[in-house]
Design a protein around this ligand. Sequence first.
Ligand SMILES: *Cc1c(COP(=O)(O)O)cnc(C)c1O
Length: 387
Amino acid sequence: MSGPLLPYGRQTIEDDDIAAVAQALRADFLTTGPLVDAFETAFAEKVGARHAVACANGTAALHLAMLALDVQPGEVCIAPSITFLATANCARYVGAEVVFADVDPTTGLMTPDTLTQAISRVGDRKLRAVLPVHLRGDTAELPALAALAQGAGAVLVEDAPHALGSTMSFGNQAEKVGDARHSAMATFSFHPVKTIATGEGGMVTTNDDQLAQRLKTLRSHGMVKPPGADPWIYEMPEPGFNYRLPDILCALGLSQLSKLDRFAARRRALAARYLEALKPLAPLARPAARPDWSDPVLHLMTVLIDFPAAGKTRRQVVDALKARGVGTQVHYIPVHTQPYYRDRYGPLDLPGAQAWYETCLSLPLYPDMADADVGRVVGALAEVLGV
Ligand SMILES: *Cc1c(COP(=O)(O)O)cnc(C)c1O
């Protein structure tokens, strides 16, 4: 059964990716050069948005989105509790407060119901942004979430690092994650476990010309060139950051983006295999549920396991899988239970997030896995659970 450890996710870097980086290293610009524009243009086209703005990482993308919206101290942003820390932290970077939304315990996603509950906890404060996360690659119900946000005077900012390549259909029209049709902006990450990798890297997409301009200014110190000014002149109307993505990494991003369709097809094929292979393990272990409208390129192959029914703790299952060469990860620890947020907001009862956390386990999923690896992983899981 055992073999080399399969991680829960990893990058696919090929010789032409390496050649593209080497070429960028020999060129004139290591940081802001022509490949930044080229990557942004190709990315915007790929996801169907008017603008894409590259930045240092997915966390910087979220921070820039908050800055571009001019979210103020004391205002409120709503984030789901089941996500990576950064979705909530970006609100704190600008002094805003976080109201955590619960999630559906079978999908891990924020829903219209859980958003409605969260909005009721905003109170007298000003709600500025709602940050749905397309957890695992399955998509949140954007039109309904956008309507609720709009009714409360806020906009959506999609935190979309899990869902590059995913599509969704509301009504009979398919649309791509990142087209920002229902949101002010969507953010992406190119961390090595994400669907395309640049090491560190991020992107914000939007259809709003002014937001795009603000994102570009804020990612480079807040510097602007007044029209017609002398060549050395720059002005800083407000301080920004150095959140640029260098030309070297944009070369890698462009090369990786050209492979997105292949990576996505491979992820879809592996996920289909998983869904089939996991059937006999139900109800002890079953894949996270798929919303009707979602046609995901899964970033994570998350299964929900009834550990008490299996007579095993999650730790025992994780260790036993590791001993059989299967790496796993938990996505995620509810963010509202982190010491910082618990201290700031007190204990919070979010039963969907708690139930999700107690059952979730992500199995290996990445394009370089062999078909046979899926059988090996599910076989190991069946053995460990005693199915
Ligand atoms: C990866 C990720 C981030 C942060 O991206 P980095 O590039 O690691 O900063 C934010 N939100 C979600 C949902 C992520 O998966």
